[in-house]
Design a protein around this ligand. Sequence first.
Ligand code: CA
Length: 642
Amino acid sequence: MKRIIQLIAIIMVLAAGQTANARTGVTYSPAESTFSLETNDDAQQVKLCIYNDGLDGKPVKTVNMKRAESVNGGALWQISVKEDLKGKFYTFNVKYDGEFRGECPGVWATAVGVNGKRGAIIDMAQTDPQGWAADTRPAIPAKDLIIYEMHHRDFSIDKSSRIEHKGKYLALTEKRAIDHLTDLGINAVHILPSFDYASVDETRLSQPQYNWGYDPVNYNVPEGGYSTDPYKPEVRISEFKQMVKALHEAGIKVILDVVYNHTWNIDGSNFQLTRPDYYYRKNADGSYSNGSGCGNETASEREGMRQFMIESVKYWVDEYHIDGFRFDLMGVHDIETMNAIRAALPSDIFIYGEGWSAGSCAYSGELAMKANISKMPGIAAFSDEMRDALRGPWDSDKRSAFLGAIRGHEESLKFGIVGAIQHPGVDYSKVNYSKAPYATEPTQMIAYVSCHDDMCLVDRLKASIKGIDTDALIRLDLLAQTVVMTSQGVPFMLSGEEMLRDKKGVHNSYESPDEINHLDWDNLQRYPQVMNYYKGLIAMRKAHPAFHMGNADMVRRNLDFIDTRDNFVAYHINGRNVPGETWGDIYVAFNSGKSARTIDVPPGKYTIVCYKTDCKPDGIAVYAVGNNKVTIPAQSAYIIHN
Ligand code: CA
């Protein structure tokens, strides 16, 4: 036994040693800068070039790096330059088979020049905004999160936003933005890719350019296009931190959308230029596998890639105080890597992802797919069951589902209501995709009806329900979000839904112009009932633990379905058994049918909190039920309690 413990201790020391080496790049001090880079074992030479400029000019210094040690089946190269290099830029160039592969900043640049072509040597401490040392992550447990998914440019670019720093990180430091988010009541923003990506040319930001940013270049540097000056390496870093600090001060967490599953390209990627073919999966015939649908897929199961991912997320937490991560196409990664990431991060860091891939992956082990979520405690996956049960299937914008009064989606809705856990009231054989519960705990399911992908809710309702008028559109929009915001899973909404946003019917707006993607803040005046309802709904959820118990057993014990009919689901929560809950019996009903329905409740006095286009946690009216029956209006959600 003692021997085993000793062995474990040795392994742990070895593992710790490896981790210490895992972040390469540059370490700066005024006396010297130390550069390091991981290559394949057969690298013949590594050249380090130092520049005065981030983009142009010839090197002012070129040095050969030294092979230091073996690491991750490859080699670690290092060199120290005993000068004060602050303000300079650098590239690595690795020689294989007698040929230099081309200059790049390596995979671990933490500061870069414009367009991320060259690494930058800066004093990171000088990028900290005032008070940064005192900045802390808001303490909000996973079960209490309400996530708002946003793109920097969508959110603030339109003049109606009246935000000064339009499309920039700094927008989220402005009172107008913060006030809107706190007024709505969300407590986490999920920002679309905000690491350095390729598809926006940072040298011509005076012209409108738009992209979601799922084309990673430098994983450990903020994107320059959202900064006020992408040429100055410190600016994007400092502004990003200012954004995080302002949101934290408002009690809002910051979740980063991370895209480790693929890179912008293979040939020119920092991965490929430094360790050719190491970071990517290949098919048996030698071609690159394309599980991402973007032309390549990374190999998280390889030690160097796994370490890279672990160290990268840790870095964002340490340096930028990030509160959570949304893994793009998480199903491309292996389970072991996702669990290692979970273990490496503090427990309050929220982790979720897309539990699917966009093509088949060249990996024979188990992938981090939705169906495997029970093997990844502390990690959540988006529920396409609930999403598609509400709006209609992902492969046809024209088809509707529950919202369009198409029957047969009730069990899928119930699957989402309980948070994808095992529950005796759900008939899993009738659920659209998963025929078994995938979550062990309800916080492992993301509840949503729309996100950046596919049509937003307004467009989808218009495309899938013929002749829908504005009143019906609003009724069904509110109904949909009530299902989301009362789910035992973690609710998630697309930015702008509270403004009844539309994208003019565009299905995939990843590079559509601002006029498609921007939020129209004037809609807050045009449709005040929408924002008011969302506010009430979110406030109700926050004030009532019954809607986010966060524990599967508690949900099974206290939530029971009382009625399931075509286009109709009703359930009861026994609030008395939920710690902290002030309501007793809570009745929730969703009626997407075109006529009113009734449910049976015990006689007594009830407070109505959600009725037609009103949701008020303090109550709309008190209602005495004498005949055991309450009426649920058409196309709406209904919530009462005693
Ligand atoms: Ca960029």
